[in-house]
Design a binder for this molecule. Structure first.
Ligand code: SF4
Ligand code: SF4
Length: 249
């Protein structure tokens, strides 16, 4: 492992471990993608909406660093087999966003001290790269995670990693080279692997997910808007609570 790769991994893992609620999470999974990866040129076509290229973020971009913060098994168990999220799940979502912000801040601080430029997005959609008409992000942490091989897309339209789909993702772009991690050739989703699971589709309360692989983000968003007004626990999480919640297949 290169010195810089280890330095970056150490910052991410140490920052996550320093959070006061770190016991609600497993150790982060970290991946690296080259900003020159040809898949970035095809994302508009693959996703079907305009996406920001790493070099639009940072003209001198060389590497995208991506990190996944998995929720603990205990937290996941609080929503498995249920039709509603728990207090623990809702709190994990908030704490994970804090951890992602801390990681972004520490990567900026510690890499820039070493002469490396860092560009990042906050973990929530309050920025110029969110398309509010199509309700979609123009910078996809998930796509970078797939390019960097830390997971694959599931029928739930989320990232599934070796530690599952329940968790939160972040990424930053830097102007230094780090050897890319390899993309996976197989899928971590049981449905895409064997056709044997559709739990996410069956549990989705809004009908946004379908076994033809489509995702109606307007349905999902309308459901979440209504739910968040009347429910003290924010978010849904039902598509993260299937058999892939804590493992990839
Ligand atoms: S719940 Fe089943 S079908 Fe849905 S993403 Fe997970 S493994 Fe795939
Ligand atoms: S967040 Fe809820 S409503 Fe939206 S796709 Fe997932 S399960 Fe369906």
């Amino acid at each position: 492992m290169s010195e810089l790769k280890k330095f970056v991994e150490d910052i991410i893992k140490r920052t996550a471990a320093e959070h006061s609620q770190s016991n609600m999470f497993l150790e982060p999974i970290v991946g690296f993608a080259s900003a020159e990866n040809p898949l970035y040129d095809k994302l508009d076509e693959l996703i079907g909406r305009p996406q920001v290229h790493p070099k639009e973020f940072l003209e001198t971009a060389k590497t995208v660093i991506v990190y996944f913060i998995p929720f603990s098994r205990e937290t996941v168990k609080t929503i498995q087999g249920k039709n509603a999220i728990s207090k623990e799940w809702s709190r994990s979502y908030t704490y994970a966003n804090e951890i992602l912000s801390n990681i972004g801040r520490n990567l900026h601080k510690e890499l820039e001290l070493n002469g490396i430029t860092v560009k990042s997005e906050p973990p929530t959609y309050t920025n110029a790269t969110y398309d509010s008409i199509n309700l979609s992000a123009k910078w996809s942490h998930k796509s970078t995670a797939v390019i960097a091989g830390i997971g694959t897309f599931g029928l739930n339209h989320l990232l599934i990693t070796e530690k599952g789909t329940a968790g939160r993702l972040g990424s930053v772009v830097i102007d230094a080279e780090i050897e890319p991690t390899k993309a996976r050739e197989d899928s971590f989703c049981l449905y895409y692997k064997s056709g044997k699971c559709k739990v996410c589709v069956e549990k989705c309360p809004s009908g946004a997910l379908s076994d033809d692989g489509s995702f109606n983000r307007f349905r999902c968003n309308a459901y979440l808007d209504g739910k968040n007004i009347r429910d003290s626990e924010q978010g849904c999480g039902m598509c993260s609570s299937g058999p892939c919640a804590t493992r990839g297949f």
